[in-house]
Each structure stands twice: as C-alpha cells, then as structure tokens.
Design a binder for this molecule. Sequence first.
Ligand code: ATP
Length: 311
Amino acid sequence: MNAPTRRAYPHSGGMGAGLAVSGATVTYRNGHTALRDVSFAIPRGTITALVGVNGSGKSTLFKAVMGFVPVSPGSISVLGGSVTQALKSNVVAYVPQSEDVDWNFPVLVEDVVMMGRYGHMNLLRLPRRQDREAVDAALDRVGMTAFRKRQIGELSGGQKKRVFLARALAQDARIILLDEPFTGVDVTTEEAIIALLRGLRDEGRVILVSTHNLGSVPEFCDRAVLLNRTVLAAGLTEDVFTQANLEKAFGGVLRHFVFDASRHAGAASVDVISDDERPLVIYADKASGEAQHGSAQAPAAGSERHDGSAS
Ligand SMILES: Nc1ncnc2c1ncn2[C@@H]1O[C@H](COP(=O)(O)OP(=O)(O)OP(=O)(O)O)[C@@H](O)[C@H]1O
C-alpha cells in the first residue's frame, strides 16, 4: 500500500504527546454547559474508549477537539499544538454516527473517501495522483474497493462505517474520533473494524471511540474515559472499568447481575454489567482473587446459575 504523502505537522511535541484536555468547559449558545472542567490526557499509539450515558457530552467533546465549539475556560492540545493548528494541518478526522449523515445525498463511495483529501488539495479541489492513490489505498484497507462506484446510501450500516473510516485513512489523520462505530453492525464487521483500529493504533495514531458497547471496551481499548459532563475516571481500562466507576457513570441505567460461578473452573464469581446489547463481564479469578474483564463471549455469561442479586 502506498502511504499518502502529507505535510509534516509542525507542533508534534514529544513522542507521547497525543490529546490533552485541560480544565475544558463547553457552553452552548443557549447557555447549556455540556462539559465542565474536563481534564484527561491520552498518549499516541493508544485506543481510548469514551463512555457515558446519553447526553453526557461525548459528541460535544468530539466537537471541541475538532474546533467546532469553543472551549472556555480550559484548553485542548492536539499533538502538542492548538486545536486551530490541528484543524489547519488536517490531523484530526471524525467518523460520524450513522444518524448524523444524510444517506440520500447522491454521492459515490469513492467521492466520500476523496473528501478526506480536501484539506490536502488547493482551492480548486482537483485531485492529483497522490490523492487518488490515497483513496485507492484507503478503500483497499477497509475492504471496500469493490463498492467504490456505489451510491453511499445503497450500502449496509457496517459498510457505511467502513467508508467513513476510509475517509479518515485517506486524510491520513493522526487523531481519529469515532462516534458509536459499532451501532447497528454485526459482530463480524465489529471485529473487522476493531482489527483496523488496532493497526492504526500500532502506527502511533490516537484513536478515541465513543461507545455504549461496554463489553467490547476491555477487548480492544487500552484506555477509557468515563464522562458525565465532567470526567468521572480516566486511565488504563483495567483501572477505570471497575464496577464502582461504571455505576457512578451509569447510575440506575446500568443493569448489573451477579452470577454464581462456583461451578466454573478458575472463576469465583461473575458480574455482568450491561448498558447495551454487548454486556461487560467481570469475573474474579479464583486463585488470585483479581478481577478479569471480558465481553459477552466470555465463558461464564449466561451459562451459570443466576443467584438473583442484581443492583
Ligand atoms: N447545539 C447544541 N445546543 C445546545 N445544547 C446542545 C447542543 N448539542 C448538544 N447539546 C446538549 O449538550 C448535552 C450533551 O450532548 P452530547 O450530544 O454531547 O451528548 P452525548 O454524550 O454525545 O449523547 P449521546 O450518547 O446521546 O450521543 C445534551 O444535554 C444536549 O442536549
């Protein structure tokens, strides 16, 4: 695959400088403060989950990172530089929620992906050879080459997500924000997207994913940020994804079941915590007593006797 050429980002900071949000407050024009005093930092080469109830401010945070809404007071640093510099250098890409896209808009798959190149083109937006190569490479990487001449609205939900991911790849973004990438996609597509994200992470990019699929988070996210207008917890997934933190983030919305796993080799008890269709499973290791995370595919879920305790 030919890597697309890009301008060097002038404010690359140290190797670890990814995304740093410091005391960020966002107030909309109608006076509603959607985020207050939000602080967290994520290094390059990581996948981070952004988790919180509906209305907790996840999309607002994405908008702030993209420079679409102002932060005041507080600041956001992207690869060691400002949001404005990041905007100019095209280093941030956004993969939208499906509901936010007008699928009736008549545009071909390859045109959507070419939009990722706009920031690299001059005002006339005439694609050059490197732009076409970047689009080809991006479509190839997400396995959508065969669909390039299709109208975007004709694709399945999972295919549409892959096209928008290809747009981010064509842009060669260093920071990729994904809004609910797994909603309405089947498990096979979800796994394909996760494999792709892992590859992008290993290239040193910063991946920030908002998701309600709690069970998937420990599977593929190195870090997590729990949000409810402000940061409730942030850090390594295993430190953040504790029952206490998740209950703080979701309150009564979260369904929590405790299974008696005494017949399950190696596990002392199994907690299933669910916000969505893909529950999080926490099972304690019998020998060490340490909590282990898994998804709904973990062996214990559903196969053990439910002791009836739910919180
Ligand atoms: N343009 C806007 N003007 C005023 N308030 C807004 C605007 N956009 C969002 N809000 C409000 O800000 C809060 C946070 O919304 P946001 O969309 O960031 O939440 P979210 O966590 O992404 O939610 P969801 O999980 O439902 O996508 C909500 O109370 C919402 O009503």
